[in-house]
Design a protein. Structure first.
Length: 356
C-alpha cells in the first residue's frame, strides 16, 4: 500500500547544562573555577534514500527526538554532544512546516541531506564567569532548548512520463506492456487505486520511468473521484501522455476536459509537453477518424495487439530528450545571468569606493 503523506513532530536535542566546579589539588591551595561547558544537543536531519518507496513508517510513529547533550564536568571538561538523528525518506519527498505551510526542502536526489531542526547549545560552566573582583563565581548557565516543529511529508514520485486519462482509458494495460509493472487490470472503472511506476527500455540500453495514476473524472480538481489525490505524482514528470480510447465518440471534447482538470489542479501542468495517445484501436468503430488538434502530437496504439507501441516508446524518448535539453539551457542561462549580476554588483562597488 502506498502511503504518500504523513504528519510528524521532530525535536532536536537540548544542550547540556554548564556546571559549577573548582580546582582542588593537594599542592594547589587556591584553585580557581574549572566547571566545564555542557555538550551541544543533536540535530535532526532528513535524507533521501532511493531504497524507500513509501512514508508508511511515519504513520506508526509520529514523534522523533535527537539525543540531548551531556552536562559539563570539573577540570574544564565539556560534556558529550548528543548524536544527530537522521530521518530517511523516499526520493521525491517534499517537506513543509505544518504550521506555516512553508516549504523546508524538496529532496529529489538520492543521498540529499538537509537539517530540519538545530540542537540547543550547551550551557557555560563557571570557568567563564571569573573576574578580578569575583574569582570564585558560583554561576553556570543552562543548556539551550533544541528546536521543535511539526512537519508535513508529501511524497511526489519521480517519473519521466505521466499517464493521464479517464477510467478505463487503458493506462494500466499500457504500462504493463511497456514495462515490468503489473497493476491490476479489469473491465470496470477505478481498478487502479494507487500510482504505479514502470521502467521502460529504449534502444541501446536506455531507460526512462513511466507513471500511471488512477483515472480522473470531470470535477476531479474539485475533489471528485480518486485522481485528484494522486495528480501530485505527475507534477514532476517531464512530459504528459493523455490517453483516450478510440471508442470515445468525441475525442477532442474529452481531451479538452482532461486539460481543464489539469489546469484547475495546477496551471503549470499545461506547460509540460503533451502526447495524445489514442488507445484500443483494435476495437475502434468503422467511422473512426484521428482528430486534428493543434500543438499536440497524436499517436494511435493497441496495447492488446502491440500495434504502435514501439513507435510510442520512440516518441516518449524524443520528447524527454527535448525537455532535458531545454532544462539544461535554462539552467545555463540562469547561471550566466547570476554571474553577470555578480560582476555588475562588484563593478558598482568598486566605482563607489573610488568616488569615496
Amino acid at each position: 500500500m502506498l502511503i504518500d503523506s504523513a504528519k510528524i513532530t521532530i525535536k532536536a536535542g537540548d544542550g547540556g547544562d554548564g556546571v559549577i566546579g573548582f580546582r582542588r589539588e593537594k599542592y594547589v591551595p587556591k584553585g580557581g573555577p574549572d566547571g566545564g561547558d555542557g555538550g551541544k544537543g543533536g540535530d535532526i536531519y532528513v535524507q533521501a534514500d532511493r531504497n524507500l518507496t513509501t512514508l508508511m513508517d511515519f504513520r506508526y510513529k509520529q514523534y522523533y527526538k535527537a539525543e540531548s547533550g551531556r552536562k559539563g564536568q570539573g577540570s574544564r571538561k565539556t560534556g558529550l554532544s548528543g548524536d544527530d538523528f537522521i530521518l530517511k525518506v523516499p526520493v521525491g519527498t517534499l517537506i513543509k512546516d505544518f504550521e506555516t505551510d512553508e516549504v523546508l526542502c524538496d529532496l529529489i536526489h538520492d543521498g540529499e541531506k538537509v537539517c530540519l531542526a538545530k540542537g540547543g547549545k550547551g550551557g557555560l560552566g563557571n570557568q567563564h564567569f571569573a573576574t578580578p573582583s569575583n574569582r570564585a563565581p558560583r554561576h553556570a548557565t543552562k543548556g539551550e532548548v533544541g528546536e521543535e516543529k511539526t512537519i508535513q511529508l508529501e511524497l511526489k514520485m519521480l517519473a519521466d512520463v505521466g499517464l493521464v486519462g479517464f477510467p478505463n482509458a487503458g493506462k494500466s494495460t499500457l504500462i504493463s506492456k511497456l514495462s515490468a509493472a503489473r497493476p491490476k487490470i479489469a473491465d470496470y472503472p477505478f481498478t487502479t487505486l494507487e500510482p504505479n511506476l514502470g521502467i521502460v527500455h529504449h534502444k541501446d540500453y536506455q531507460t526512462f520511468v513511466i507513471a500511471d495514476i488512477p483515472g480522473i473524472i470531470e470535477g476531479a480538481s474539485e475533489g471528485k473521484g480518486l485522481g485528484i489525490k494522486f495528480l501530485k505524482h505527475i507534477e514532476r514528470t517531464k512530459i504528459l501522455a493523455l490517453l483516450i480510447p478510440a471508442t470515445t465518440e468525441k475525442i477532442k471534447n474529452e481531451y479538452e476536459t482532461l486539460l481543464n482538470e489539469l489546469e484547475h489542479y495546477n496551471p503549470q501542468m499545461l506547460e509540460k509537453p503533451r502526447v495524445l495517445v489514442i488507445t484500443k484501436i483494435d476495437s475502434k468503430p468503422q467511422k473512426f477518424k484521428v482528430p486534428k488538434i493543434k500543438g499536440v502530437k497524436i499517436h494511435s496504439i493497441s496495447s492488446i495487439t502491440g500495434e504502435g507501441l514501439d513507435d510510442l516508446i520512440d516518441i516518449f524518448w524524443q520528447q524527454i530528450q527535448i525537455k532535458k535539453s531545454k532544462e539544461e539551457q535554462e539552467s545555463l542561462s540562469y547561471v550566466s545571468e547570476t554571474r553577470e549580476d555578480a560582476f555588475e554588483l562588484s563593478l558598482n562597488q568598486s566605482n563607489f569606493k573610488k568616488k569615496i
